[in-house]
Write a protein that binds this ligand. Structure first.
Ligand code: MGD
Ligand code: MGD
Ligand code: MO
Length: 821
């Protein structure tokens, strides 16, 4: 047993293991000061809700309060380990400023009311709009942080009941590209790989994924392999010197927005050296000739110039990928939120297909999720797609869904692609969407170009409903605010990035009158009187378990088959990976082991799109290209980002995350250990650019783009020259729950651009032209950016980030005597 300050040592003590061995168990426990394990009344099973890794844990309950958490040693995902947000983040649940009663706007201000009054307003406005304008007047914008049961209910209410096509999740900002890339190559969403691939890989490649900070427990698994026998080589593709880059064998730091050129260069080398598994390609893929012809235009010297990466490094990276025996790749926001998102992510799939690196231990692609339950948003159709990966442009699939819901197929909107959130914002701006119901997301901080978003959401003619835990920047603009229960206060299931399903049980009651999102949605459906075609209630469930049973039926025979799971099978042991059914009663570790994909024209979720224009392929085009349901190799040419550096804006701005904060900080900003580890916004600048622009560590600087300005203290970091990085966590209000706007812009999204990837419709948060100027000297005082992470300082005397005694975590490695860091 060791105790460690996990703010200062975020990944904890190493438990090394060799290739092909079991990852050792290490159980992390954090309890409130003064509470020790024997004092705990109950341990309640759940998993982490602050990232996509799905770390399994138990909540400690004492006297009806949450007093801590402990990792679940028996779980396949984390073998007992917890990340920093898992360890400390639960404290936000008990914040004194939780919403406890519904609010309605009266004479311009939000006032407390009861549920009947609030729901009557919502239902009344819904009915009016349905009568006056029809279903297209109503939009729903949800999240990647609710439970499957809730998304499925939202999907049936919005699609099957109201009949609107305006349904999306913040997964659009998050993993829309993951889903689209999987659809393009394999015909269907669904992660081919598994976290256990880490145990077997000899090369792990991270494409735009700062896993050390964003999926820190999966990174512990990699660190433990690196510390053991026969460690893997690491390839990192990231313009910043992140902890991943520091651990890498080869670090490629391309210019932001040039991922497609880089990927084409890497594929060029793999093909030129004939590191290709021709038998696999022949048997299982279409499109090889086109890919070969396309990447022929991208030899290393050309790519080196486009990406500004030394030619030798391109060759070295390609050699790692090309000679790997077992290659595991992960892809995340450095690709998904950058220029040519889908085209770039698809090239990683192509790499795995042409190298035959799928379906075997150690050979996996993880087109990562970000949010804890983003997979469920997509599966359940709360991102606008049809539930259980049904294809909206296949009439047989629509008909089948109508059978499950017992409604007429014509009542399910499928005449055009689902409306993505940026398009919904446009429709609100134009006045065609008149009501928007936002659940569990804070778009007034997280959408691009905030000045525009604020003005759209505060329009008089828009009826805005916001369902949240706190009076967020978005909730303050609402006409009705509905107080929600959250993780730990309600029961449901969710699925992590490697298809592992966990049950999350209610541990304590929500504060005041706050209600579970599921209850609110079911109540809405009841009050609205939504019926099926026999006049029975459309939503036939009233509690999480019966909702789960209904969802299971909807998945029967589909790729994400849940029919073999139940709340009982998910209790007690480890999470289980779908598909889980009669054929695979224990779940499925890897997809596509036999090289057969879900891309058969009659079965697939999508016929794909043109990667450059986003135009959907016609069914007949798809069938002609891929009659037998193979993997599709889709090539793409590199195009320049739309907003390139200029004289006025000579730098490139990227945005992203830090280890200690989650998104718009509604939770982590209310947790002392996390808040204090990264208390305020900073801007990362290379040493070269710092000198060029006359700024130094700790100076206050202004970052400007054509959309706005942000003031932040400078951190001179290992970021590549020509690039600035801003964390996007810091919102409009000075402190979470504060009511004073920050004096100057602080949200990164004041600066980002209204533009999205044509195929996935994911906004581009990671490529914009920007200028930097010094506002005032820091007088030698460093910025407050963490030192343990991608923002580690490269000059100046900066005190190390520490948590102190209030951050002490127990790490228990069964069978060990402790020590051994
Ligand atoms: N601590 C923490 N963890 C989280 C979250 C959080 O808020 N905080 N959020 C969760 C969610 S929802 C998500 S989506 C994930 C996101 O997880 P990640 O994608 O790992 O995180 P980001 O910081 O958004 O971006 C990753 C990296 O992309 C790099 N990058 C920027 N532009 C480019 C480019 O053009 N090319 C390349 N190759 N790289 C580029 C950035 O330097 C950055 O280090 O994290 C999840 N986990
Ligand atoms: N510039 C820039 N912008 C970005 C990104 C970036 O990298 N750069 N990343 C994008 C990505 S990947 C993401 S995922 C988004 C995240 O952006 P948001 O979705 O806006 O982020 P959160 O702060 O997590 O908002 C979730 C809200 O749900 C509330 N909530 C939590 N649990 C529950 C619950 O159980 N029920 C209800 N009703 N409410 C709940 C929280 O209080 C919070 O207000 O930001 C995107 N925006
Ligand atoms: Mo995300």
């Amino acid at each position: 047993m060791v105790t460690s300050d996990r703010i200062g040592e975020p990944w904890g003590a190493r438990t090394p293991y060799g290739r092909g061995q079991q990852w050792p168990v290490r159980v992390d426990t954090y309890l409130d000061a003064g509470v020790s394990p024997p004092d705990v009344d109950r341990w309640v099973q759940t998993a982490s809700i602050l990232h996509s890794n799905g770390d399994a844990m138990d909540i400690a309950v004492k006297d009806g309060r949450i007093v801590g958490v402990r990792g679940r040693g028996q779980d396949r995902v984390n073998h007992g380990r917890l990340g920093v947000k898992d360890l400390y983040g639960w404290q936000a649940n008990a914040s004194p400023d939780r919403l406890t009663r519904p609010l309605v706007r009266q004479d311009g201000v939000l006032v407390e009311t009861d549920w009947d009054t609030a729901m009557d307003r919502v239902v009344g406005r819904t009915k009016e709009l349905l009568d006056e304008q029809g279903p297209s007047a109503i939009g729903f914008y949800t999240t990647g942080q609710l439970f499957a049961e809730e998304y499925y209910t939202l999907g049936i209410v919005a699609h099957g009941g109201i009949g609107t096509n305006h349904v999306d999740g913040n997964t659009r900002l998050c993993t829309a590209t993951a889903a689209e890339a999987l659809k393009e190559t394999f015909g269907c969403d669904g992660q081919p790989g598994s976290y256990t691939d880490v145990d077997h890989a000899d090369v792990v490649a991270l494409f735009g994924n700062n896993m050390a900070e964003t999926q820190s427990v999966l990174w512990m698994r990699i660190l433990d392999r690196l510390a053991g026998d026969d460690p893997p080589a690491i390839l990192c593709v990231d313009p910043r010197l992140t902890p991943v880059a520091r651990a890498a064998t080869v670090h490629l730091a391309p210019r932001p927005g040039t991922n497609v050129a880089l990927m084409n260069g890497l594929l060029h080398e793999v093909i030129a050296h004939d590191w290709v598994d021709h038998d696999y390609v022949q048997a299982h893929a279409v499109g090889y000739a086109e890919l070969e012809a396309r990447v022929a235009d991208y030899p290393p010297d050309v790519v080196a110039r486009i990406c500004d990466v030394p030619e030798e490094q391109v060759r070295a990276g390609a050699r790692l990928l090309g000679t790997a025996e077992r290659l595991l790749s992960t892809v995340l926001q450095g690709f998904y939120q950058s220029h040519q998102a889908t085209a770039a992510a698809v090239q990683v799939n192509n790499l795995h297909v042409i190298r035959g690196m799928l379906g075997r231990p150690g050979c996996g692609v993880l087109q990562m999720n970000g949010q804890p339950t983003a997979e469920n948003t997509r599966e359940c159709g709360a991102d606008g797609d049809l539930p259980a990966f049904r294809n909206w442009s296949n009439d047989a699939h629509v008909k089948d869904l109508a059978r499950v819901w017992n409604i007429d197929p014509m009542d399910i909107p499928h005449y055009s692609p689902p409306t993505h959130v940026m398009q919904m914002m446009r429709y609100i701006e134009d006045g065609s969407i008149r009501m928007m119901w936002i659940t569990a997301t804070n778009p007034a901080v997280s959408l691009p170009e905030l000045r525009r978003i604020r003005s759209i959401l505060s329009q008089e003619r828009l009826f805005l409903v916001v369902q949240d835990l706190f009076l967020t920047e978005t909730a303050q603009l609402a006409d009705v605010v509905l107080p929600a229960a959250t993780w730990g206060e309600k029961t449901g299931t969710f699925t992590n990035a490697d298809r592992t399903v966990h049950l999350s049980e209610k541990a304590v009651d929500p504060p005041g009158d706050a209600r579970a999102d599921l209850d609110i949605l079911v109540d809405f459906a009841d009050r609205l009187g939504l019926k099926d075609k026999d006049g029975e209630p459309l939503v036939k469930w009233h509690d999480p378990e019966s909702a789960f049973e209904a969802w299971k039926e909807c998945t029967r025979g589909r790729p994400c088959d849940y029919t073999g799971l139940s709340y009982d099978t998910l209790r007690g042991g480890s999470g289980i990976q779908w598909p889980c059914n009669e054929e695979h009663p224990d779940g499925t570790e890897r997809l596509y082991v036999d090289g057969r994909f879900w891309s058969d024209p009659e079965y697939c979720e999508s016929y794909g799109r043109d990667l450059l224009t986003g135009a959907p392929l016609e069914p007949s085009e798809y069938k002609a290209m891929n009659p037998a349901g193979k993997a599709v190799l889709k090539a793409a040419e590199y195009t320049r980002p739309h907003e390139m550096p200029s004289e006025q804006y000579p730098l490139q701005l990227i945005t992203g995350r830090t280890l200690y904060q989650f998104h718009t900080r509604t939770k982590t900003g209310r947790v002392p250990q996390l808040r204090d580890a990264a208390p305020e916004v900073w801007v990362e600048v290379s040493a070269h650019d710092a000198d060029l622009h006359g700024v130094d560590e700790g100076d206050l600087a202004e970052v400007a783009t054509p959309r706005g300005t942000v003031r932040a203290r400078v951190r001179v970091s290992g970021i590549r020259s020509g690039v600035l990085f801003l964390p996007f966590h810091y919102g409009y209000w000075d402190t979470p729950g504060g009511h004073e706007p920050a004096e100057h812009g602080r949200a990164a999204n004041e600066l980002t651009i209204t533009e999205w990837d044509p195929a996935s419709k994911q906004p581009i948060f990671k490529t914009a032209a920007a200028a930097l100027r010094r506002v005032e000297s820091g007088d030698g005082r460093p910025s407050a950016a963490p030192t343990t992470t991608g923002s580690a300082p490269v000059r100046g005397h900066v005190p190390a980030t520490r948590g102190g005694s209030s951050a002490a975590v127990l790490e228990d490695v069964p069978g060990s005597t402790g020590g051994g860091r």
